[in-house]
Ligand binder design. Structure first.
Ligand SMILES: Nc1nc2c(c(=O)[nH]1)N[C@H]1C(S)=C(S)[C@@H](COP(=O)(O)OP(=O)(O)OC[C@H]3O[C@@H](n4cnc5c(=O)[nH]c(N)nc54)[C@H](O)[C@@H]3O)O[C@H]1N2
Ligand SMILES: Nc1nc2c(c(=O)[nH]1)N[C@H]1C(S)=C(S)[C@@H](COP(=O)(O)OP(=O)(O)OC[C@H]3O[C@@H](n4cnc5c(=O)[nH]c(N)nc54)[C@H](O)[C@@H]3O)O[C@H]1N2
Ligand code: SF4
Ligand SMILES: [Mo]
Length: 696
């Protein structure tokens, strides 16, 4: 038997763990963690292992498809790649000629492999690149920027050396990043404390030293009281505070009314418990990580929750500290040249963005913009018409609220394209579907990981595509060739990689041994004294000039969240270890492990409704109903019901997922307009549902 192994990068979720793929006779036989990365411990998570089942899954798009019937009807014509590229280039050309390049919009899933397709957008001249982040971590990013002038990824989470980790809105043992989980478990074995603040006892809570069950949507109250207690008892890191934090006096005045006793009435967490927790936290400083959150697109004040978390980390002195939030290094920081950028081939388009970011909303970062505002522009033609849209590795019909509303927003598009490896609601509704090879069948462009030990890494193709699919660079090259961008029309993967490696002193063979090239010998903890934050004052700024100038308060007075009306529940959601968003639900191995989601509902509330554990119940909002099995439990707050997101698929080709479970995005009526004006993200959890027994 012909056996080989390939170092690559997992693609089952956005974490992109380094992996080693074993291949036997041209088929993937086993996937494990890359043994050269100690924190992987040779492991992958269940989804990473199930990548094997993705490759030969015949329920994914297998050739390019061009729509024949109405949008969403599912009538397709199979096309060759040449035909699909010609069709697309022709339509894009027409839109560009008639409405200008800005009428072409593009969204993707974010991540490190974007340089080439973003260069393509610049090349054709549109400013309208967005990613999914307004449905995910935008509030975290903007909170980080508003305080430090640096994005959320400018610091690492040094779990391995931490002494106290706080997870608030962050379920690390189910929303998995393998290296982070392994590092945190090692630290906990060495005595690191774990505190979980959540509306329900999730798996992370089950491993925690302290679990604080909080009333949904009151995290800002809790955090303000924590700051009050830290300042009141002078539990902060004095030298760090004096040297690196600007605006502590304003902060002190602002939090004066927010005592632990006050917070108790809001959050349900006892004042004494809060005080004990703060004392323990301060004792572990500066090796403290209060995780700023990841999926923080939840409430209209989530930005301020993230902001207070960063402020608490600063007061604990954990910025720059071992076991806290040390600063990552970029290639330039360690005296190395970075990868040559495709985007630098073209100037930045001068047109203003359709989503208003950078001109109408000056306090937001331009990069990925705010996709929900792009969609609104598609509907209103304000500031201008958008006529072509490519959703690349993106399923907004599952990931944004109100799918039916979103379809209406897309009504005026002359072209809607989906580039994807699996069926998705968005792909099914598109005019053209371009099947991307699965991550095991394709290579990616080279990417950089800024880290304590920065590196370049690469995704290698482990096996040849089993259907008529292509890699990203092949897709971009195919389009570039037809759209007058010869500099992006690469013939071979080596041409792509060699372009990127020019001037770096690294060659592509250097990746063979480990799948990555480290740019430093050991983790670098940047010298504290030399550090300057990227704000005007060089310090962490509690009062952000940029926010204030744009009419946004740096410290917003607390407003109590809406209480659910009698018989209503706040709809909340999150992840489980067995699935990624909506795109693994039809995976043969994972569907077998978990084929539907259940509705977590508090025991007392269920009793009032006469609902028993395991019973199928109806969930409704504004006359719209879906059904789901009830998980009656004491460990969720009575104000909320909770589901795992990503279920409730209704697509014909997905036999394993079809009709199973509930789709939470269908219960967010008006949700495209409900977003956090300070942080930019959608506020997904500002919606209420009723739950009832199903009439027999
Ligand atoms: N297995 C797996 N891992 C993943 C993903 C996946 O789909 N599957 N997706 C990846 C992605 S894209 C992301 S963004 C991350 C998300 O990572 P996380 O943000 O950590 O994950 P979630 O499960 O969305 O939410 C975390 C917790 O927030 C809690 N929560 C809900 N409302 C409130 C509230 O009002 N207050 C508090 N304190 N807690 C609340 C939920 O109960 C849940 O336990 O995970 C990543 N990793
Ligand atoms: N109601 C509700 N809405 C949510 C969430 C929620 O919990 N509840 N979670 C939010 C969060 S945290 C996020 S990150 C977003 C996620 O939503 P999206 O950003 O849309 O991401 P995914 O669902 O992971 O993937 C989108 C599509 O891309 C395809 N895909 C995945 N990986 C690849 C790849 O490597 N290449 C290509 N070409 N295609 C790929 C998949 O097949 C899938 O169809 O949704 C957000 N929306
Ligand atoms: S966390 Fe799991 S699914 Fe995500 S990249 Fe790592 S191994 Fe793959
Ligand atoms: Mo996310």
């Amino acid at each position: 038997m012909a056996k080989s192994s390939v170092y690559s990068v997992c693609g089952m979720c956005t974490v992109r763990c380094p992996i080693k793929v074993q291949v036997e006779n041209g088929q993937v036989s086993f996937i494990e963690g890359n043994p050269h990365v100690p924190a992987m411990k040779g492991a992958v998570c269940p989804r990473g292992a199930a990548g094997i089942a993705l490759v030969n899954d015949n329920e994914r798009p297998q050739t390019p498809l061009i729509r024949e019937g109405e949008r969403g009807e599912g009538k397709w014509r199979k096309a060759s790649w040449d035909e699909a590229f010609d069709y697309m280039a022709d339509k894009l050309g027409q839109v560009k000629e008639k409405y200008g390049a800005k009428a072409i919009a593009f969204t993707d899933r974010g991540g490190p492999f974007r340089d080439l397709h973003r260069a393509f957008l610049r090349g054709i001249g549109t400013p309208n690149y967005n990613n999914h982040d307004s449905s995910c971590a935008r509030n975290v990013q903007h909170a980080a920027l508003s305080l430090t002038g640096m994005g959320r990824k400018a610091v690492a989470y040094d779990f391995k050396n931490a002494k106290h980790v706080v997870l608030q809105l962050r379920n690390i043992f189910e929303a998995i990043n393998v290296q982070e989980v392994n590092n945190l478990m090692d630290a906990m074995e060495d005595g690191c404390q774990l505190t979980v603040i959540d509306i329900r006892a999730n798996v992370s809570a089950s491993k925690a030293n302290t679990f604080l069950k909080i009333r949904p949507g009151t995290d800002y109250a809790f955090n303000l009281a924590v700051i009050h207690e830290i300042l009141n008892k002078r539990l902060y890191d004095q030298p760090f505070k004096d040297r690196y934090i600007d605006g502590v006096r304003e902060l002190e005045q602002f939090v004066a009314p927010y005592t632990p006793e006050w917070a108790e009435t809001e959050t349900g967490i006892l004042a004494d418990q809060l005080r004990r927790f703060v004392k323990e936290l301060a004792a572990a400083a500066p090796s403290v990580i209060w995780h700023p959150g990841w999926m923080a697109a939840r409430y209209t004040d989530s930005f301020y929750v993230c902001r207070t978390i960063y402020i608490i980390n600063a007061l604990m002195g954990s910025y720059g500290a071992k076991g806290g939030l040390p600063f990552v290094s970029k290639p330039g920081d360690v005296g190395r040249a970075g990868l040559k950028s495709f985007m630098d081939l073209y100037p930045k388009p001068e047109e203003k963005r359709a989503d208003g970011v950078g001109w109408k909303y000056k306090h937001f970062e331009e990069g990925p913009g705010l996709a929900h505002l792009l969609y609104q522009a598609m509907e209103t033609d304000d500031p201008y018409q958008i006529k072509a849209y490519v959703a690349y590795r993106h399923d907004p019909l599952m990931g944004y609220p109100e799918p039916e509303r979103l379809k209406k927003m897309w009504e005026k598009l002359d072209l809607l394209v989906s580039v994807t490896f699996s069926w998705s609601d968005t792909a099914w509704y598109s005019d053209v579907v371009l099947p991307l090879s699965t991550y095991l069948e394709r290579e990616s462009i080279l990417a950089t990981k800024n880290a304590l030990k920065p590196q370049f890494f690469v995704r290698h193709r482990a096996v040849e595509p089993c259907y008529d699919s292509k890699s990203d660079w092949e897709i971009v090259s195919g389009l570039a060739k037809r759209m007058g961008l010869p500099e992006l029309a690469f013939e071979t993967r080596e041409d792509v990689w060699n372009f990127q490696l020019e001037g770096t002193g690294v060659c592509i063979e250097d990746f063979d041994a480990k799948g990555m090239v480290s740019l430093a010998d050991k983790p670098i903890y940047k010298a504290f004294d030399s550090y300057k934050f990227k704000t005007p004052s060089g310090k962490i700024e509690i009062i952000s000039k940029k926010l204030e100038e744009n009419g946004i308060a740096s410290l917003k007075p607390y407003e109590s969240p809406k209480k659910p009306k009698e018989g209503e529940f706040r709809l909340t959601f999150g992840r489980c270890a067995l699935h990624t968003q909506g795109h693994t639900v039809n995976n043969p191995m994972l569907a077998e492990q978990m084929s539907e989601n259940v509705l977590w509902i508090n025991t007392k509330e269920a009793q009032k409704l006469g609902i028993s554990h395991g019973e199928r119940v109806a969930v409704s909002q504004n006359g719209y109903t879906e059904t789901i099995i009830a998980n009656v439990t004491d460990v969720i707050h009575g104000d909320a019901v909770f589901v795992i997101h990503g279920f409730g698929h209704r697509l014909k080709p997905e036999s394993r997922a079809y009709g199973k479970g509930l789709a939470d995005q269908n219960f967010m009526s008006g949700g495209m307009e409900v977003w956090d004006q300070a942080g930019g993200a959608i506020a997904y959890q500002e919606h209420f549902v009723t739950v009832s027994k199903i009439a027999k």
